[in-house]
Design a protein around this ligand. Structure first.
Ligand code: ZN
Length: 158
């Protein structure tokens, strides 16, 4: 297990389409563990493999309800709309306003290569959409409605 280096916007790997996973090799298992470590270390709610420099269709998400591992995720259904703030570990210190579906249903394979169908609303729907787009080489900054804003962090209490 290890924290990997997060690629920043401008790195061309973030613009490339990722390849499907056909077999859960030890290398992919290690990638998944490292992605979880990297996401938690950076206090993110999601991370896609290209963000650590690997062009494979693997995503990890945790909106505070436990880790979700998605292999070869695919959007099945979406409905409604939500407009709100979004950020990305590859675009540190910034956020933007993005409109996403309020609800999505996705298909993926979990860390045991079992097919799962998951539903997400609100933040989880937003995270699923954001991360799946990374696998296609796209980033939320392409969708922001009012440009990128500087994130202002509140000072932490001692
Ligand atoms: Zn991102």
């Amino acid at each position: 297990m290890a924290v990997r280096n997060i690629r920043q916007m401008g790195d061309e790997i973030l613009t490339k389409k990722c390849r499907e996973i056909k077999l859960l090799t030890p290398r992919i298992r290690l990638l998944i563990e490292d992605m979880l470590d990297t996401m938690y270390e950076a206090n993110g709610v999601g991370l896609a493999a290209p963000q650590v420099g690997v062009l494979k269709r693997v995503v990890v998400v945790d909106i505070g309800e436990g880790p979700i591992v998605l292999i070869n995720p695919r959007l099945l259904e979406s409905s409604g709309e939500q407009t709100g703030e979004e950020a990305c570990l590859s675009v540190p210190g910034k956020y933007g306003i993005v409109t996403r579906p309020m609800y999505v249903k996705i298909e993926a394979w979990n860390e045991d290569m079992e097919r799962v169908v998951l539903e997400g609303e609100e933040l989880l729907a937003r995270a699923f959409c954001h991360e799946i787009e990374h696998l296609e080489g796209h980033m939320y900054v392409e969708k922001v409605e009012d440009g990128l804003h500087e994130a202002v962090y509140e000072e932490e209490d001692e």
